[in-house]
Design a protein around this ligand. Structure first.
Ligand SMILES: [Ca+2]
Length: 459
């Protein structure tokens, strides 16, 4: 029998040496390698055998240790870290399970709609107990604190939601009070104030103290002047039925003045305040000119804002507007109430009660409405257009809005024209739908007349 000790790393070499030594199967070969990492290899016959015979041998190899490069040490470290992570994950899993159970409790409480009362406290207590049973008291405290905070936040959120809902409701209410409504309210207030001022003004005209003062300051008016007709309707009632210029005195304090009376059309008795027939008179005039009046009472003219004010102040007047275009189409617009305030109030226009065939262009829409608008001239901007003067742009005096749906004081064109719509304009005329700026021609008018008559006049 032979025992062979070889370095594990030289196993093959040992085999070769055994073969080369020629020693018998019973020989013993002792060989120890120089390296400490070497281990023993035992080689022995597998059973009984005669000399010189070939004999089976068996080899016993010791457990083998292989030295790996240094980097492989990291594996061990990594494995340790992995183990540590695994433990952490398991711990977290356990905490999460508790957390989910608490959340479920909280949700149940929320769904019930109850405030956090004793039952909620009880719920928290149970949860705490469960967590304590897991033996993770610090985590449990954190979770408990978080839950308390969450409950507070939940209540705050609920309150905030209620406040938001309340605010939303109030906002919707406020939204109803939009700018247009505010404008309406202001307009109505101004209208009311204007009415009150007018009433006071009328009352004071007949105020006894004032009359007495007038009698003291002025010479007593002549009898024929005192009895002078106040407008064309009174002249008509005196039996004068011809169209023409007459003298009227609506207010004794302001004396008499000439007016053109239309005594023939529509029952007669009309005091004409404006007329356009041939373009002989320019209506591109100043505030002072519109105040006083201009033109020829027998031809084209503007009666004058002060006179219009006096006439509409003395009696409740209706307004009638007559229009005729160059095709001979005629139309009219009648307003059951017509009043022009004094200069102090910038000759504000008040009108209502439309009827007619020409359309209500003076009250065309919410945004184009000449009712309750001040008078504007090229040299005095009282219009509703903030960026400029409508009177200057269109070259006329008128109760401009921002700017207009009607302007009977526009330029007189003897036929159709193109470009800026500065001609006589009535925004509800029948053929305006075919008038597109700037390609098409604009509508013009051959004859225009504005006239007033007392509301209670019976021809
Ligand atoms: Ca303006």
């Amino acid at each position: 029998m032979k025992l062979v000790y070889v370095c594990c790393s030289l196993l093959i070499a040992v085999w070769q040496e055994v073969e080369a030594s020629g020693s018998g199967p019973s020989g013993v070969l002792d060989r120890v390698s120089g390296g400490s990492s070497c281990s023993q290899v035992r080689l022995k016959p597998a059973g009984q055998c005669e000399d010189e015979e070939e004999c089976p041998y068996q080899i016993t190899v010791p457990p083998m240790t292989i030295q790996l490069p240094k980097q492989f040490r990291l594996l061990e470290k990594t494995m340790k870290e992995l183990q540590s992570l695994k433990e952490t994950v398991n711990r977290l899993k356990s905490s999460c399970l508790e957390c989910s159970m608490q959340q479920a409790d909280l949700n149940l409480q929320k769904d019930s709609g109850d405030p956090p009362t004793n039952s909620a406290e009880q719920s928290r207590g149970d949860t705490s107990a469960r967590v304590y049973r897991n033996g993770n008291s610090s985590d449990n405290e954190i979770v408990q604190n978080m839950q308390v905070k969450m409950n507070r936040m939940s209540i705050s959120l609920k309150n905030a939601r209620a406040q938001i809902n309340s605010l939303q409701g109030r906002l919707e209410e406020l939204n109803l009070l939009n700018l247009e409504n505010v404008e309406d309210i202001v307009d109505r207030k101004v209208q009311n104030i204007t009415g009150i001022v007018n009433k006071i003004s009328n009352t004071c005209t007949h105020c006894p103290g004032q009359q007495q003062q007038q009698q003291q300051q002025q010479p007593p008016p002549l009898q024929h002047i005192t009895n002078a007709p106040r407008d064309c309707s009174e002249i008509n009632m005196l039996g004068m039925r011809n169209n023409g210029v007459y003298k009227v005195m609506p207010d004794a304090r302001n004396g008499s003045f000439d007016v053109y009376c239309d005594m023939e059309e529509f029952g007669g008795g009309w005091t004409v305040l404006q007329r356009r027939i041939n373009g002989s008179v320019s209506f591109n005039r100043t505030w002072a000119e519109y105040k006083k009046g201009f033109g020829d009472p027998k031809g084209e003219f503007w009666l004058g804002n002060d006179k219009i004010h006096l006439l509409t102040k003395t009696k409740d007047m209706i307004l009638r507007i007559e229009l005729e275009d160059f095709e001979g189409i005629r139309g009219y617009a009648k307003y059951e109430q017509f009043y022009v305030s004094n200069e102090f109030l910038n000759y504000r226009l008040s009108l209502s009660g439309y009827s007619g065939t020409a359309g209500n262009a003076l009250q065309f829409s919410k945004h184009f409405n000449h009712d309750q608008k001040f008078f504007t001239t090229p040299d005095k901007d009282n219009d509703m257009y903030p960026s400029g003067n409508c009177g200057m742009y269109y070259g006329s005096g008128w109760w401009f809005d921002a700017c207009m749906s009607a302007n009977l004081n526009g330029k007189y064109y003897k036929g159709k024209y193109k470009g800026k719509r500065d001609g006589i304009f009535w925004g509800t005329w029948h053929n305006l739908t075919s008038e597109y700026y700037p390609t098409n021609y604009r509508q013009t008018f051959k004859n225009v007349k504005m006239m007033m008559r007392p509301k209670n006049y019976a021809p």
